[in-house]
Design a protein. Structure first.
Length: 291
């Protein structure tokens, strides 16, 4: 690995508390850039010019990568070269001369409240232990808006026997308190086996000791099939979107929603206002007599 890239990844881990998956994504994105530059810049990744970086972004477009993916790659490049400039490795930041790829404004996909109810009812019909487990995880996802990784990684200590809040460790190892419903708390506590205490709220026999994100996704898809919903349109992330959209529709404050979702920037949360606008437009077009 390029020594400057290695130093950058070490900084992300030590100073920003970046998760393993985040570090792997940065390493892959910047490693792809380094491979592209190998023939163009013999002095290495750190010496890349703005023209070379432009050529790389152009190649991504030629290969048909989406604007979202190109924007993510550019974001990784910006952070890397800013780090190099800050550390005095190079005197400038070549990414300052680059334009961001234009992205279409895609709305988050959210389930209707009736669809969430159908999903929970269907989860209860899954055979064996899958039923109660899936119900508990869906109840907790929908009432709290947790990310999939946050949910499966919850320690047993996160949920007190009589507590109405759970302590969640989110991105960048930042903790936040999230209120949960009585239904969710009851469903989760119903899974606990005092004869088999575990460090995790959702334990498993895997290497991590807790249920994996892949297992969670599979359970959600099975519940969707049982409910007669398209499994391609139902996921833990869709339930997070549904939580946010339904709260906003009910009059929730955007700042409060930002805290609940664990967003570092309010701009990320503001995307849900477009969801609400879309729902209101659809309501008028469907029910107004002159629409």
């Amino acid at each position: 690995m390029d020594r400057h890239l290695e130093a950058f990844l070490e900084m992300l881990a030590a100073e920003r508390g970046a998760a393993r998956n985040t570090l792997a994504a940065y390493a892959a994105d910047l490693g792809d850039l380094a491979a592209f530059l190998r023939q163009r810049e013999p002095r290495g990744l750190a010496a890349a010019s703005a023209d070379a970086l432009r050529a790389y972004l152009a190649r991504l477009a030629e290969e048909g990568l989406s604007a979202r993916t190109a924007a993510r790659r550019l974001s990784a490049m910006r952070q890397f070269f800013r780090f190099l400039a800050r550390e005095g490795v190079r005197p400038d930041d070549p990414t300052e001369l680059l334009d961001s790829p234009r992205q279409g404004k895609s709305l988050p996909k959210a389930l209707r409240a009736a669809e969430v109810t159908a999903l929970l009812d269907a989860a209860a019909r899954l055979p064996g232990k899958r039923g109660p487990l899936t119900v508990a995880m869906l109840e907790l996802l929908y009432c709290s808006g947790l990310r999939a990784s946050e949910l499966v990684g919850l320690p047993a200590s996160a949920l007190a026997q009589d507590g109405a809040l759970i302590l969640v460790r989110g991105k960048g190892n930042k903790d936040r308190l999230v209120p949960i419903s009585g239904r969710a708390r009851t469903a989760v506590l119903g899974l606990q086996d005092p004869k088999k205490p575990s460090k995790w709220l959702f334990p498993s026999y895997g290497a991590s000791g807790h249920l994996t994100r892949q297992s969670l996704v599979l359970l959600v898809k099975q519940a969707a099939l049982e409910a007669g919903l398209d499994p391609a349109k139902v996921s833990p992330h869709v339930l997070r979107h549904s939580f946010a959209s339904h709260l906003l529709e009910g009059g929730a404050d955007l700042r409060a929603l930002q805290m609940l979702l664990g967003h570092a920037d309010i701009a990320t949360t503001q995307i849900y206002t477009r969801v609400l606008e879309e729902r209101l437009r659809e309501l008028v077009e469907t029910h107004h007599p002159l629409a």
